[in-house]
Design a protein around this ligand. Structure first.
Ligand SMILES: Cc1cc2nc3c(=O)[nH]c(=O)nc-3n(C[C@H](O)[C@H](O)[C@H](O)COP(=O)(O)O)c2cc1C
Length: 206
């Protein structure tokens, strides 16, 4: 039963929060994928009720749109939305390599909403915590994400690569991220995260 799965998952690691990913593109390309999302809003609402923990709803690298965020905000009220947009790890590519369906995956290469755009779309309709992920690769990327509307940022691939090299490398990488983040705050005259979230924005093509 869904409520048993939720409590087992929480108990396994004494979880502080529960994150549910919406990953249709991953499921489509996954060899053992289950691309069936009917009733997902009701299930998310149910999980929020039984988990008794903050609920994070996230993508896995294809982004959350304004329309989906609006639906989540009005029907589920998650505590946080992690946009996990395009620009970083691609589960379409990972799964299609596993499945040997690279031709179809090439057609959908880059499918989704780039992380920066997804942050702006979600922020425009959702008042809760917005987490930026998907291609965040430095403390400066994280600072930019906060400047355009995220409350926090996260990353997978770079941390996994550091973790594969061990504890010291992971510690060194996180220290570097913090340093880059602090430099960005200093250079924008931001004394705290709130200041950083209000800095004037200059948008340019790179
Ligand atoms: C090896 C690996 C495993 C992942 N497993 C999960 C998972 O179980 N659940 C999930 O929601 N996201 C998972 N992710 C997705 C990440 O949370 C993240 O949204 C995505 O990789 C984009 O971030 P990145 O570009 O920093 O890697 C995983 C990512 C990687 C690289």
């Amino acid at each position: 039963m869904l409520s048993d799965w939720v409590s087992q998952a929480i108990d396994m690691i004494n979880a502080d929060a529960i994150a549910i990913h919406l990953n249709p593109a991953q499921e489509v390309f996954q060899p053992e994928g289950e691309p069936w999302f009917r009733g997902v809003i009701d299930k998310l609402r149910f999980i929020k009720k039984v988990a008794n923990r903050p609920l994070i709803v996230k993508e896995v690298g294809n982004g959350i749109s304004m329309e989906v965020a609006r639906m989540l905000a009005s029907k589920v009220s998650p505590d946080a939305i992690d946009v996990a947009g395009t620009g970083g790890t691609s589960f379409i590519r990972i799964e299609s390599i596993r499945a040997g369906t690279m031709d179809e995956a090439d057609v959908f290469n880059g499918w989704g909403i780039p992380t920066a755009i997804s942050i702006c779309e979600v922020r425009s309709v959702y008042d809760g915590v917005v987490i930026a992920s998907g291609g965040v690769r430095s403390g400066l990327d994280g600072a930019k994400a906060i400047a355009i509307g995220a409350n926090a940022f996260s990353m997978s691939r770079p941390l996994l690569l550091a973790a594969l090299k061990g504890y010291d490398e992971t510690k060194r990488f996180i220290s570097r991220l913090l340093k880059e983040f602090r430099i960005a705050m200093f250079l924008t005259g931001s004394k705290n995260i709130n200041d950083l979230s209000k800095v004037p924005l200059f948008l340019a093509r790179q």
